[in-house]
Ligand binder design. Structure first.
Ligand code: FMN
Ligand code: SF4
Ligand code: SF4
Length: 253
């Protein structure tokens, strides 16, 4: 089983490619979370992969929450690995996952792989820059070939966190601050189609009087709502205006 969390397709595509080549199945953690299926119970000997994006150098809060709620059953017969996708700084995702797995199961993952790809953090990156997007996608594809071979051979390689504890802590605080939904605004381009609400893995959005309304103070900040909007009507602070939208062109939503 390969569990992935993905808002703009990088992790979905990665998990699907690994699944196709290792005769495994890719499972959306976002969909599992939405339907309340938290438990992670691979069969004896079954590999367990996590393909996850990096958020402020760590795990997306929805992933942490999912794993904290889950019953996780693992023993030494399961080959457990992570693939951390990221744009420019991989941070401490693998270390955070190791801590959670250890607390739950008494063991950590066997291997960590890094996959640099398109950075979908649209406040900082202009995703209308097709040269950047195309070259990042090409590089990611090349790296993925090696990652798949390593997984197929059940290689055991662990990576250290990129950042020391104080920096990691600072980034976690920044993530919490940034995840306030009051940072979202909707322009007059909105046609009330509801796609943003459908996309939200936390059901934070509802459409009222033809406009999305964010029902909770915080969310996991996947920005899926912003990237999916057919009218590009959602902004997350002024910084995203003019920076376009992204979805990995190699996989379907
Ligand atoms: C809230 C948020 C924070 C992010 N923080 C980082 C980061 O700290 N370092 C990094 O390299 N990329 C960061 N990214 C980029 C994503 O990790 C990267 O684009 C990932 O491949 C997206 O996966 P997906 O397409 O499956 O959603 C961030 C993206 C989001 C939405
Ligand atoms: S996806 Fe865009 S157009 Fe559709 S309801 Fe949401 S903001 Fe409006
Ligand atoms: S409100 Fe938008 S950014 Fe927040 S979790 Fe839902 S889809 Fe993701």
């Amino acid at each position: 089983m390969i569990l992935y969390f993905s808002s703009t397709g990088n992790c979905k595509y990665t998990a699907e490619r690994i699944a196709a080549r290792t005769d495994d199945r890719a499972v959306s953690l976002g969909a599992e979370y939405k339907s309340g299926n938290f438990d992670i119970l691979p069969d004896r000997g079954e590999p367990l992969g996590f393909v996850l994006p990096t958020y402020f150098g760590g795990l997306p809060s929805i992933v942490t929450d999912h794993l904290e709620r889950a019953e996780i059953r693992l023993d030494d017969s399961n080959y457990v690995y992570t693939v951390d996708t990221y744009g420019f700084h991989y941070g401490n995702v693998a270390a955070e996952l190791a801590k959670l797995l250890h607390e739950k199961t008494g063991r950590e993952q066997d291997a960590d792989f890094l996959l640099q790809s398109v950075d979908n953090w649209v406040p900082n990156f202009d995703l209308t820059d097709s040269d950047y997007v195309q070259s990042a996608l090409k590089k990611a594809d090349e790296l993925l070939e090696q990652v798949i071979s390593d997984i197929a051979e059940r290689k055991r390689v662990r990576i250290r966190g990129e950042w020391p504890a104080p920096m990691h802590l600072m980034m976690k605080k920044a993530y919490k601050g940034a995840s306030r939904t009051k940072n979202f605004t909707v322009s007059n381009k909105c046609v009330g189609c509801g796609k943003c609400a459908e996309q939200c893995p936390l059901d934070v959005i509802t459409v009222k009087d033809g406009r999305p309304v964010w029902l909770k103070k915080r969310c996991t900040l996947c920005l899926g709502c912003l990237h999916v909007c057919p009218e590009n009507a959602i902004a997350y602070t002024k910084a995203t205006v003019g920076h376009g939208q992204y979805y990995n062109p190699k996989t379907a939503r």
